[in-house]
Design a binder for this molecule. Structure first.
Ligand code: CP
Length: 531
């Protein structure tokens, strides 16, 4: 591996990955958009393009398309060829993926073929590039080679960040690169469409964002992305059909259509295709209601049987989608230039904030009364030991029992003890209590585990029948490192049925739900557990 150590990561974007649009800061995205504008102009003006080109055969690019693609694949293929770098097209159909080889094994091997590798990956499986970015980062460290860069070229119904980049670039072009305000209508299959999910963050490039969501209930935007839009300060309105949207006065000058992703729908929804399609398909009689300068966009492909933008609109001024598709080539050429180390040295601005705010979720309670001999083991008061109180407080009795059994099993509390579900006389709510006499220590690591297993409980340390220390154990900001948790999205790379060995990892939201690190699926706390 010595030969690979000579290539030091010179460019400031080398080794970075783009799994979701937020992997780049707003300043970095703005840099990419302005560079794209310059590249387009340089091409139009027939200028020397060498300042944009990588021109380095040490850099190996791999296009790995496990799901069909025309635009993304071909625009990336042209983009990497523009840079004169080593270009490989991975044949997923004949690869050992079909002999159940894992993604991690495959990419570890490919990574040893070039001093620096850049992967462009499309999969049905969600969260692949985030997992590979982590796994291959460790592999590169072990092998003493450069960490590769990964670009998510669309993963299942999760995200499509490079489509998001070309979409935002196209909106900016329409708005003469003014970032102060955008009013946009998102129309079509907002449930399955990953390109509209990416908009919950991508539209933050604009300072004021008004979003009109137009979709029947069955195809509505998932609550997670709607909450994200709200948290990002977007003003949201919802309509169940274009017909109802057209009836009101504030019609957006930017429309973004998506196709109905019939291949991802269940039989129950497919029965209603005609009705669903009709509600999000534009009709000729509405053309005159469109505001001046209005443009329609679409990530393409259009479904030739059910096009939400009918072909009679192709020759009208509403057609923004053809230029949008062309922008895919330019924005991707700039992205490859950044990750390949050619562009980025003149970047000034903020990088993504990776420092996580320290959250204190284990709180020592100072002002409690310790005079009462309150805890018992059976009928006998606990003289010395630990009592875990308020387990699952306020939940139903079976759920509280689940918390108790889970706590005992995962923390290995195979000691003399008693436990039960009791009615709290203070507020009439049920709670679980575990009494662990003779247990002297309950260290911080165990308390952190307890926070994940039985959040919002209290832990009491008893000496001579009195509580001498009390801790309130709150929800932790992340839950990981447990054999008993898993993402429940069957299409996630970390789902157990995928056998990819991606370690399950969840982040807590403000609403005390948990988001999978790989696929962003939102789980209720209870659902992340397998026991
Ligand atoms: N917009 C888009 O992702 O198109 P392809 O599926 O053809 O790549």
């Amino acid at each position: 591996m010595k030969q690979y150590q000579d290539l030091s990561l010179k460019g400031r974007f080398m080794g970075r990955s783009l799994s979701v649009i937020n992997d780049f800061s707003l300043d970095e995205l703005w840099y990419l958009y302005r560079k794209t504008e310059k590249l387009k102009k340089a091409v139009e003006d027939k200028e020397d393009l060498s300042p944009f080109k990588i021109n380095d055969a040490n850099i190996g690019s791999y296009l790995v398309f496990v799901e069909p693609s025309t635009r993304t694949k071909e625009s990336f293929l042209n983009a990497v060829k523009f840079h004169n770098i080593k270009t490989n097209i991975f044949d997923a159909v004949t690869s050992s993926f079909n002999k159940k080889e894992s993604y991690a094994d495959t990419f570890r091997m490919l990574t040893t073929y070039s001093p620096y590798s850049l992967y462009i990956i499309r999969t049905k499986l969600e969260g692949v590039t985030r997992w590979l970015d982590y796994d291959l980062g460790m592999f590169a460290e072990r092998m003493g080679i450069c960490k590769p860069a990964f670009i998510n070229a669309g993963d299942g119904k999760h995200e499509h960040p490079t489509q998001e980049i070309l979409d935002e670039y196209s909106f900016l072009e329409q708005l003469n690169f003014r970032r102060d305000r955008i009013h946009i209508a998102l129309v079509g299959d907002l449930f399955h469409g990953r390109t509209v999910h990416s908009k919950a963050d991508g539209l933050r490039i604009f300072h004021e964002v008004h979003v009109d969501l137009i979709a029947p209930d069955e195809l509505g935007m998932p609550p997670y992305y709607k909450h994200k839009m709200e948290a990002n300060g977007f003003v949201i309105r919802e309509f169940d059909s274009i017909e109802n949207y057209i009836r009101q006065e504030k019609i957006a000058p930017v429309w973004y259509f998506t196709r109905l992703q019939l291949e991802r729908m269940g039989e129950d929804i497919l029965q209603h295709v005609q009705r669903l399609t009709r509600s999000v398909t534009f009709r000729r009689e509405w053309i005159d209601s469109m505001p001046e300068g209005c443009k329609f966009y679409h990530p393409l492909p259009r479904n030739r049987e059910y096009p939400t933008i009918p072909v009679f609109l192709d020759k009208t001024s509403l057609n923004g989608w053809d230029l949008q598709a062309m922008n895919g080539y330019y924005t991707r050429a700039v992205l490859v230039g950044m990750l390949g180390g050619r562009l980025g040295e003149d970047f000034r601005g903020k990088t993504p904030d990776l420092t996580k705010k320290k959250i204190h979720y284990i709180e020592e309670v100072r002002d409690y009364r310790s005079s009462k001999k309150e805890y018992k083991i059976g009928t006998k008061p606990v003289e010395n030991g630990i009592v875990i109180d308020h387990v699952g407080k306020g939940e139903d009795i079976p759920t509280i029992w689940e918390h108790i059994y889970k706590t005992r099993k995962i923390l290995g509390l195979n000691v003399v003890s008693s436990h039960g579900v009791y009615l709290s006389h203070k507020d009439g709510k049920y709670k679980g209590v575990l009494s662990l006499p003779d247990m002297e220590q309950f260290d911080l690591i165990k308390m952190k585990k307890l926070a994940a297993i039985a959040p919002e409980c209290t832990l009491n340390i008893i000496r001579d029948s009195l509580v001498v220390q009390k801790y309130r154990i709150h929800f932790p900001p992340k839950i990981y490192d447990f054999d008993e948790i898993s993402c429940k999205n069957p299409d996630c790379i970390s789902h157990p049925d995928q056998h990819e060995n991606a370690t399950p990892y969840f982040y807590k939201t403000e609403a005390n739900t948990f988001i999978c690190k790989y696929c962003d699926k939102e789980h209720n706390y209870k659902d992340i557990w397998d026991i």
